[in-house]
Design a protein around this ligand. Structure first.
Ligand code: ZN
Length: 289
């Protein structure tokens, strides 16, 4: 039977400290005593521990880029094989898909400025809003996840800065599956108008009672660490289905605009110059083969 608990664990509020991993485990706040990710590929991940580990990790307090598990040599701790989309890594991706909250626990051994001085601290609930892969410094593939703190006042007691709105983190919040309410930027509006709201993959133009509807997708994501530009050579006009598939790396686009992972090719207007560097970035970091 599953022991996963999505959300706060009763009796252990945000800010609660624990001396050891064993104590965390017995409280049910983070069950595994070694692994950084708790959960299952079928149900999702219910908690993570941020500790020493990966030099590429980013911690801004309310926004985290977290590296997946696996592929490390147990004796040296060095990456010695590719990380696969399985076990904890698949669990975090499942949490992204299902929109499940993940408890974040920071350990004293984390490099983060938000780390506690001693032991471990439960820092509240986060949503997984993106996942992609990278080649780590070792040359092996690693999985990475962006987590954003959920807008719950109880979750913010330990944070030094509280943003007005989580969408501001992204600027173009339409890239987030969790906070979909955001205004399009000028380049996003321009690209939609260029295609008259027709999907560049399937040609569908959705008609809502209020008018036509399409979604604008950045090819190279705009958030850290990708830092793609919000410019028309980095934006596609897609229907919701194809935007979702694109953002998950279910398909990508080759330099010659042939689709990878789907049949057909991307329709591109002669006035719309796409930057091939951004297309390559999407293939290299998002496409899941
Ligand atoms: Zn479409």
């Amino acid at each position: 039977m599953s022991q996963l608990i999505f959300g706060d664990v009763p009796g252990y509020p945000v800010g609660r400290c624990f001396a050891t991993r064993r104590e965390l485990s017995e409280a049910g706040v983070h069950r595994p005593t070694q692994a950084g990710i708790a959960g299952s590929g079928n149900e999702g991940a219910d908690s993570i521990v941020i500790s020493g580990g990966y030099e590429d990790d980013i911690d801004r307090g309310d926004e985290i880029v977290y590296t997946g598990q696996g592929g490390r040599d147990e004796s040296t701790g060095k990456q010695s094989a590719h990380q696969a989309l399985e076990r904890g890594n698949l669990a975090l991706a499942k949490s992204r898909q299902l929109g499940l909250p993940v408890r974040v626990i920071r350990g004293h051994n984390s490099r983060s400025q938000y780390a506690p001085k001693f032991g471990y601290r439960y820092d509240g609930l986060y949503a997984v809003v993106d996942s992609w892969h990278d080649v780590g410094r070792s040359g092996f593939r690693i999985w990475r996840y962006r987590l954003v703190q959920l807008p719950d006042k109880r979750s913010k007691v330990n944070m030094t800065s509280v943003k007005e709105s989580p969408t501001e983190t992204y600027g173009q919040g339409a890239d987030s599956d969790v906070f979909p309410v955001a205004h399009d930027t000028a380049p996003m509006r321009e690209v939609k108008a260029m295609y008259d709201f027709m999907c560049q993959v399937c040609g569908v133009r959705l008609e809502l009672p209020t008018g036509p509807y399409a979604e604008a997708a950045h090819i190279k994501a705009v958030g850290e660490p990708h830092c793609g530009p919000d410019a028309i050579d980095n934006v596609l006009c897609l229907c919701p289905n194809h935007r979702l598939l694109f953002n998950w790396g279910a398909f990508s686009v080759a330099d010659d605009l042939i689709l990878v992972g789907l049949a057909g090719s991307l329709h591109v207007d002669h006035a719309h110059k796409l930057n091939p560097d951004y297309l390559r970035y999407h293939r290299e970091h998002y496409l899941v083969k």
